[in-house]
Ligand binder design. Sequence first.
Ligand SMILES: [Zn+2]
Length: 129
Amino acid sequence: MAAVTQTTTPSMWSDEELAEVRGRLQQEIDELEADILRHETEIASGDVTQGAGDDQADAGAKTYEREREIALTLNARDLVAQNERAIARIDAGTYGVCESCHKPIGKERLQAFPRATLCVACKQREERR
Ligand SMILES: [Zn+2]
């Protein structure tokens, strides 16, 4: 008889709670992807109108605007990737485990920051680096 002493369950997450977090992450992905699409359309249309204005200042403003759009898009893409990773962790049953020290991250922290992959201690250590 093999005694089951394994306690790998990271924290007391019910299926319902996980489904709720998963839903929140998925909704955010949908919103971010809509944002990305909008920004990309704006960036693309900016290329089309290039050369239309001969005003130097206007061109500078356009470049700035375009760079801002690209930065926003990259940021949104990064968030999508983080959310997708969190969802993958939920599906794999490893959600809520710190990626660094493998201890439970803590439910309250995850409910505030659903895409957190580090516990508070590891996060603080990382920020100090
Ligand atoms: Zn940790």
